[in-house]
Design a binder for this molecule. Structure first.
Ligand code: GDP
Length: 360
């Protein structure tokens, strides 16, 4: 892994030689050229709200080294019970809709209310193209300078599953560092919305007026996930069109089946550029959270999300330990060939492969 530039200090942190040393048996994290903090020291700094060490802890989560993985898990266990009551908000919309402008405004408003806000991103495109849509560090210029805000671009070089896991673990660390509002941003064009939806309390869809759903790359499933829709760029010549779009969306949303919690998704307009409509949107989110807490749905949903992540992780680990098993590796290609040539049925081949795994 190459050097990582800490966004807040602009210092280069190399993770080329990380991980535990220590003849005293204490787990230590070796960030090159830095004092080596133990997992407990790192956790204490996070609880104290130290942004630089929070960023480094997230780097540890993102590391691919198995020994770092062990330390990261230790750290997460320590941080898990320490978070404040947080609100996790997912924000999606196609590139250009105004997500970063909007998040900058919303983030500044939240810090203006005396709350701490963390912005994370799920952008698996960066692992494919090696260029991240959401990772551009010049975005959210003002918010990145706010002492009560913490911004972290999407983890790179990983599958969606890997990116999602790392973001989810980062949420736990951010909450332990006292961030009460967690904004998780994603590009509204693929599977990443489903992953983000499964880790947030409120899911917000940003749209533009005047462009069809196809043009905006928004799939029906994303509309169904939305707890709120905001039509951005409701300003200048676009204002009337945005107001019309709002009515259309309200009508369209009525056609979807009601949500489990009885909430009817709301539609608002805003101009992130002119900072209009952002506080109304925040009010919508607060109403939603209040009603979900009163009905018990808020906690039920968080419990369900945790359970799903647990089962999903077991699933992933089982699969990878299966496919990485030497006996399975040795037999897989041969069996694929035989199945392809009708020399053996797919079911018999599956039995054979599974039994060579079970034997061990
Ligand atoms: P993202 O790709 O979704 O993060 O979108 P950006 O926040 O980078 O915005 C894309 C472009 O739209 C930029 O040129 C912004 O200045 C512009 N923009 C964002 N919000 C608004 C808005 O409310 N009104 C107008 N007119 N332009 C906006």
């Amino acid at each position: 892994m190459g050097p990582y530039t800490d966004k807040h200090t602009n210092q280069q942190i190399s993770l080329s030689n990380p991980s535990h040393t220590g003849s005293d048996g204490i787990s230590r994290i070796n960030f090159k050229r830095k004092k080596i903090p133990s997992v407990n020291e790192l956790a204490e700094s996070i609880f104290g709200g130290n942004k630089t060490l929070l960023a480094r802890a997230i780097t540890l989560i993102e590391s691919r080294r198995p020994e770092d993985h062990i330390l990261a898990q230790e750290l997460i266990e320590i941080c898990l019970p320490k978070g404040p009551e947080s609100i996790r908000i997912g924000i999606t919309g196609v590139p250009g809709v105004g997500k970063s402008t909007f998040i900058e405004r919303l983030g500044k408003m939240i810090t203006g209310m005396g709350k701490k806000v963390a912005v994370l991103a799920v952008d698996p495109s960066s692992s494919v193209t090696k260029g991240s849509i959401l990772g551009d560090k010049t975005r959210m210029y003002e918010l990145s300078r706010d002492p009560h805000a913490f911004i972290r671009p999407s983890p790179t070089g990983d599958s969606l599953g890997g990116v999602a896991r790392k973001t989810r673990e980062s949420v736990i660390l951010c909450e332990a560092a006292g961030y009460e509002v967690i904004l998780i941003e994603t590009v509204g064009v693929g599977q990443s919305e489903t992953a983000v939806h499964s880790m947030v309390d409120f899911f917000l869809l940003l749209k533009l007026a005047g462009a069809g759903d196809e043009l905006q790359g928004i799939k029906r499933g994303i509309m169904e996930m939305a707890d709120g829709v905001v039509i951005n760029k409701a300003d200048g010549d676009n204002l009337k069109q945005a107001q019309r779009a709002r009515t259309e969306f309200e009508r369209a949303l009525q056609l979807y089946p009601p949500k489990q919690n009885g909430w009817l998704p709301k539609v608002t307009t805003c101009s992130a550029l002119n900072n209009e409509g952002v506080s109304e949107l925040w009010q919508m989110i607060e109403d939603f959270i209040k009603s979900n807490k009163e009905s018990g749905y808020f906690n039920a949903q968080r419990r369900e999300q945790n359970t799903n992540w647990f089962l999903q992780t077991v699933d992933e680990r089982l699969k990878s330990s299966f496919y990485e098993h030497p006996d399975v590796k040795a037999k897989l290609d041969k069996l694929v060939n035989k199945v392809g040539n009708n020399k053996i049925s797919p079911f018999k081949a599956a039995d054979l492969l599974l039994s060579s795994f079970k034997k061990n």
